[in-house]
Design a protein around this ligand. Structure first.
Ligand SMILES: NC(=O)C1=CN([C@@H]2O[C@H](COP(=O)(O)OP(=O)(O)OC[C@H]3O[C@@H](n4cnc5c(N)ncnc54)[C@H](O)[C@@H]3O)[C@@H](O)[C@H]2O)C=CC1
Ligand SMILES: O=C([O-])CC(=O)C(=O)O
Length: 347
């Protein structure tokens, strides 16, 4: 954690976080002013994510919004002696103020899974929540980068895109489904199996964010390992795809991943902020509008920049096992995307 924060600070300052081309005001520690809003900030993910964003020196203003409970979270987090000014907002009537002038909006609002449920089982409740929050975003901060954590991500991102299109504010460079936790898991599981230090591991994860739509590309993992058998790769793939369910079952009815998700959400938000600040070569995996397959949204490596999404990177060479996984995931991902679009168009 400490290393993450220090790295952020160092790279923001050293690699152009203080880029003179930004029209933003600069604070004394040379990073431009950036407002981050978290919607669902009092929840299981929202609270630790609020803490992590308060520790991020690239954030100058942190708005914590939820339907209730945010004054307490904000009072607590605000006592930490870091740069960000923290304000809590609760209830519909304060949503506009929370969003006003935000550079990055992170959305972990909505219900989590219980054992036996799929992410799609959350659709009926979370689709409406995401739709109303995105309607407010298009009104109060139409230029913000939006990072969507609420599940099912394979549908909530298409919902957000339709809401923004209807409002006339859609910019595909500003909408991201957060799949960073899949990458975090793939790195951890790979390092354990390949017996390499986890800090230097990289594994792209493509597709979507549910079950078989999560496709880790272990053939591209670095450092490469010659010791892993086909069975090992299959087991690693399945464990990554079922990582969320592993946590849901271990929590036995008390929700899904919150701490690891907050970590992943903070990594992705930090990457977005660095991109906005003009730091070069910021690449993360994310579920975005894409043309690298025939599906309109797809997760892959993306380059982040001053306007959000700068470039969707290709899939790279796939193993036969990964090629097969890619073809298998397409029908499910397509159906989830279409379900989201249909919901937003009809409601
Ligand atoms: N993308 C990913 O990798 C992951 C996504 N998730 C998803 O994140 C979501 C949140 O999970 P948790 O934090 O564990 O749930 P939680 O139930 O602990 O917290 C959700 C929060 O959202 C708030 N909320 C509900 N309606 C709202 C609205 N209209 N406006 C603002 N806030 C609202 C609730 O009051 C609550 O505080 C779930 O949908 C879960 O499936 C969870 C883990 C990983
Ligand atoms: O599994 C869930 O419901 C939450 C989630 O998306 C994850 O942990 O990857």
């Amino acid at each position: 954690m400490r290393r993450f924060v220090i790295r952020s600070l160092e790279s923001a300052i050293r690699r152009g976080g203080a880029s003179a081309s930004s029209s933003r005001r600069f604070s004394s520690d040379s990073a431009p002013e950036r407002k981050v809003a978290i919607l669902g900030a009092a929840g299981g993910i929202g609270q630790p994510l609020s803490l992590l964003m308060k520790l991020n020196p690239l954030v100058s203003s942190l708005a914590l919004y939820d339907i209730a409970g945010t004054p307490g979270v904000a009072a607590d987090v605000s006592h930490i002696n870091t740069r960000a000014e923290v304000v809590g907002y609760a209830g519909d009537e304060q949503l506009g103020k929370a969003l006003d002038d935000s550079d990055v909006v992170i959305i972990p609002a909505g219900v989590p899974r219980k054992p036996g449920m799929t992410r799609d089982d959350l659709f009926n409740i979370n689709a409406g929540i995401v739709k109303s929050l995105c309607t407010a975003i298009s009104k109060y901060c139409p230029n913000a980068v939006v990072t969507m954590i609420s599940n099912p991500v394979n549908s909530t991102v298409p919902i957000a895109s339709e809401v923004f299109k209807k409002a006339g504010t859609y910019d595909e460079r500003k909408l991201f489904g957060v799949t960073t936790l899949d990458v975090v898991r793939a790195k951890t599981f790979y390092a354990g199996k390949a017996k390499v230090p986890v800090a230097g591991v990289n594994v792209p994860v493509v597709g979507g964010h549910a079950g078989i739509t999560i496709l880790p590309l272990f053939s591209q993992a670095t450092p490469a390992s010659n010791d892993l058998s086909d069975d090992d790769i299959e087991a690693l793939t399945k464990r990554t795809q079922d990582g969320g369910t592993e946590v849901v079952e271990a929590k036995a009815g008390k929700g899904s991943a919150t701490l690891s998700m907050a970590y992943a959400g903070a990594i992705f938000a930090d990457a977005c902020l660095k991109g906005l600040n003009g730091v070069p070569d910021i690449v993360e995996c994310s579920f975005v509008q894409s043309s690298i397959t025939e599906l309109p949204f797809f997760a892959s490596k993306v380059r982040l920049g001053k306007n959000g999404l700068e470039e969707v990177l290709g899939l790279g060479p796939l193993s036969d096992y990964e090629k097969e996984g890619l073809e298998k995931l397409k029908p499910e991902l397509k159906a989830s995307i279409e379900k989201g679009i249909k919901f937003a168009q009809e409601n």
